[in-house]
Design a protein around this ligand. Sequence first.
Ligand code: SF4
Length: 328
Amino acid sequence: MQAPCGEKRLRRALLSWYRTNTRDLPWRETRDPYAILVSEVLLQQTRVEQARGYYTRFLKAFPDLGTLARASEEEVLHVWAGAGYYRRARNLHRLAQTVAETGLPATAAELEELPGIGPYTAAAVASIAFGEPVAAVDGNVRRVLARLFTVEEPSIRWLQEKAERLLDRGDPGEWNQALMELGATVCTPKSPRCPTCPVARVCAGRDDAERYPAPRTRTQRAVEAVALGLRGRTGGFVLERRNGRALGGLWGFPLAEGEDALPLLLARYGLQSARFLGTVSHAFTHKRLTIHVHEAASNGPGEDPATRPMSVLDQKILALAAPENEVL
Ligand code: SF4
């Protein structure tokens, strides 16, 4: 059946563009499934330029599944620190402990059974590392397909079916990467470069690209919080091990949310008062924290924050609590 936008022309044009315009990225130089998995997990929520550094650092510390499986969770979080969305690192660690003996499975269906692996990551790893003909649909692919076929609100089912139909079964890994690359570098959310796009001739949305797909509304709660830069008797700071999905397993400054945050923290550490230092803000997917940082002295021991895995949020607090020229 003839495709509405000329599937053959689309495949030819996109693959030929990708082969000459592919960005030089370290994970494209390997077929090691573990390295590809690490890159895909990083790229879920980290920009390519940032992911590059974390990818190299992570693989240097944990070059294979066995090394990662034998590391402690704290060591893994230390290496991941700064990349954000720490649940990814905890899941990678659990995954390594599950398959260190057997190696990664080669199909998307089996990969999806592992901790932290969703349909996109499973399909990306299975197609790129193992050549399985499965379509990987991420945000970039969603945008490109919605524009190619002028669909304002593409359903997950429509996207998967369309992507499977377009898939180049000769080299599914290359095809998936080409489609993602187009979305990342040409068919961008704002100001897509339609005049120079390799598939413009078969794209139904090229004259009104930004209309597709319709924007998704995300609500972000504004939350007030207080953090304590509590200096220990012997130097350093009092740090707490964080719980919860976002930052669990990392370490940070005593922190509480809500109207009673300051009295609550003072009571927790038996303090009468604390001095206001300044404010930092930090955004998570669903909330934006405004953190009022205070300092006080503790009778207990402190520790050097550099020895603990800390999130970017706590690095911001640290920058206020310990000016750069100060030795902890
Ligand atoms: S022509 Fe424009 S809208 Fe269509 S795929 Fe290319 S960049 Fe995207």
